[in-house]
Ligand binder design. Structure first.
Ligand code: FHN
Length: 605
């Protein structure tokens, strides 16, 4: 059976269907074959809470991208390919015969499975997911199905998946395998290599039968019980083919999880887009794969590391919204995890170890958006992760109805008082010197809380798009690549149309106060200087939104490069505490292409 080449598939505009993302529907083809950014249709993925119970307990995992591309480190023929480094074969259009030669010199003698497992444990990660075969087609395990594998084709001759599986058992961690089921640039019959082969002329079913299925069978048969198989970029794989692979996994290892990137709405849980962190709690079983810098695989030049605080906050954001956070490391061609990333992980790990109860196995926040940070829950205990420390020593928690039995900050008892719907938590004015200070509230009974939104004095408040009442506009996911393969996400108010066009937020304030109003948005040239307005009680502001230099295509690899800008549009005064309503929208008929990423209320000091 023939399968359409990935590029033709894109040209047919089918990406939108596969991705299920609003942006894809807008821009189907302009991606230079980065078509692999197909994360699979997720709507309808049935969360398997029985098979997946451990994933929720884990909440924090190590993702590892390691293959022949690690030996190249982002460089081919003296040219650096900036962007995700595991894509170098496709980016530099390296012929299969040349790329195969990399195997001949790949000898990662610094690889030490125990050290990797120890790093994951030091970081308090509970499972590891590693690339057994990425799109390059090279098996990082002994395979009878193809001699193009690390044992048979390299001087290294060892099976690192075997060593890692044994080290994981010894260290008490689960191990799962990434397997690129659709793209295999080494194979004529698979998808993705259209520089050596004419994709579409090949027989995809034959590739599945002769390579993918036997290799997945090997991974499920030779490495003990595995956590799961992590599929990726399903592209044009058919529902029957996806289902065949799901059944293969579950037949051989009924406990093993399959992620939604198997495609066609199948899988046991959802893998969100790369680096995608939802803004609000999300039901079901899901995970966010995240990078520590801008690439998954090792790239010699990429030192754009996220800081330990940034990573800890991203972990907490994911967990407080109900997901599992998978943080990537990219070992180099010698088998060493770059020391800089190891250091960052250990730093994050120190914090997680000290706050294990607040992360592993916790539930999502019971509250609406909290201006100062996030909340996770375990039974009758709440954990308040304070990103913005209150300068006046009073942390305000709105919406908690249950009685507090005991409150602590980093183990030290602290006082709380109740003022109507608010819990006022007294904390030292000096912020504890750790990545994220955590206040623990032990409740006298089960959590009773409301999701009402509040604008709090002393904090930067964001009005979340997902909780606004909308007329003549909608919330759209805007996703783009900053560098090649380096995905960024924004949820925006967009699609302004009709006679009434507005977004209205209902929230409460707790005391009188003045706030700057900042609007973060993108504006193309044709909507330059359109007039917008904000109404909130006695406050009426109008202002122009000006061109942000928005670009819808880019020279390097197609796709769009949205340019967000933050504009301070005025000051809003709340004279009295209580219920407020803020309405935002264009005042006339212009501005229909403006996308608004955030409205923020920043206290006027
Ligand atoms: O194309 C791959 C990419 O190389 C990387 O493996 C990421 C990790 O989530 N998945 C695909 C793109 O989304």
């Amino acid at each position: 059976m023939n399968i359409k080449p990935l590029t033709a598939f894109l040209e047919a505009g089918l990406l939108a269907l596969t991705l299920g993302h609003a942006w894809a529907a807008e821009k189907p083809a302009a991606m230079d074959g980065t078509s692999a950014e197909m994360w699979g249709k997720r709507d309808g993925t049935k969360t398997n809470l029985v098979r997946g119970a451990w994933l929720k307990d884990s909440r924090f995992a190590m993702f590892i991208h390691w293959g022949l591309y690690s030996e190249l480190g982002g460089r081919w023929n003296d040219t650096t390919q900036y962007g995700i480094a595991e894509w170098i074969m496709r980016r530099a259009q390296i012929p299969v015969t040349d790329y195969e030669k990399v195997a001949g010199r790949f000898n990662p003698t610094n690889f030490n499975a125990q050290e990797w497992v120890q790093l994951a444990k030091d970081t308090d990660m509970r499972h590891i997911m590693i690339t057994a075969k990425h799109h390059e087609g090279f098996a990082m395990f002994k395979s009878a199905a193809s001699p193009y594998n690390i044992v048979d084709a390299t001087p290294f001759k060892r099976d690192p998946m075997k060593e890692l599986s044994e080290a994981c058992v010894a260290g008490g961690l689960r191990l799962g395998f990434y397997y690129s089921q659709t793209q295999d640039w080494h194979e004529r019959d698979a998808v993705g290599n259209d520089w050596d082969f004419k994709n579409g002329a090949g027989d995809f079913q034959r590739y599945l039968k002769t390579k993918a299925v036997p290799q997945i069978r090997e991974l499920l048969s030779n490495y003990g019980p595995i956590a799961g198989v992590w599929f990726d970029t399903p592209g044009p794989i058919t529902p029957e083919q996806s289902k065949g692979l799901v059944d293969l996994v579950h037949t051989l290892q009924p406990q093993a999880l399959v992620n939604s990137r198997i495609g066609n709405g199948l899988g046991d849980y959802e893998t969100l887009g790369d680096q995608e962190i939802p803004r609000l709690p999300r039901p079901g079983l899901w995970e966010t794969p995240d990078t520590a810098n801008d690439t998954w695989a090792y790239a010699w030049y990429d030192r754009d590391w996220k800081s330990p605080t940034e990573i800890a906050e991203r972990l907490v954001r994911v967990v407080s919204r109900g997901g599992t956070y998978m943080l990537n490391v990219g070992p180099d061609g010698t088998g060493r995890i770059p020391e800089q990333s190891a250091r960052i992980l250990r730093e994050v790990g120190k914090w997680v170890h000290a706050h294990e109860d607040a992360i592993h196995g916790t539930d999502a926040t019971p509250f609406g958006p909290l201006a100062w940070g996030e909340c996770t829950a375990r039974g009758n205990t709440l954990f308040l992760h304070v990103f913005q420390w209150p300068a006046d020593g009073k942390l305000v928690l709105p919406g908690l109805h249950s009685k507090v039995k005991r409150a602590t900050l980093e183990g030290e008892k602290i006082k709380t008082v109740r003022e109507e719907n608010l819990l006022i938590i007294s904390v030292p004015k000096l912020r504890p010197d750790i990545l994220i200070p955590v206040v623990t509230l032990e409740l006298a009974g089960p959590v009773e809380a409301s999701r009402e939104a509040y604008v709090l004095n002393g904090c930067r408040n964001t009005l979340e798009m997902g909780v606004a009442a909308l007329k003549g506009c909608e919330v759209k996911a805007v996703n783009w690549m900053e560098k090649f393969g380096d995905w960024k996400h924004m949820e925006c108010l967009a699609g302004w149309q009709g006679s009434e066009r507005s977004a209205t937020w209902a929230f409460k304030t707790v005391s009188p106060g003045s706030f700057y109003l900042d609007v973060e948005y993108t504006c193309p040239a044709e909507d330059d200087y359109s007039e917008w307005g904000i109404r909130c009680g006695d406050n009426n502001l109008t202002f122009p939104l000006i061109d942000t230099g928005e670009r819808t295509t880019r020279k390097a690899f197609g796709g769009e490069l949205p340019r967000f800008r933050t504009y301070r549009v005025g000051v809003i005064d709340f004279q009295k505490p209580g219920a407020q309503q803020l309405t935002f929208g264009p005042t006339g008929t212009e501005g229909k292409n403006i996308r608004v990423a955030a409205l923020r209320l920043i206290p006027v000091e």
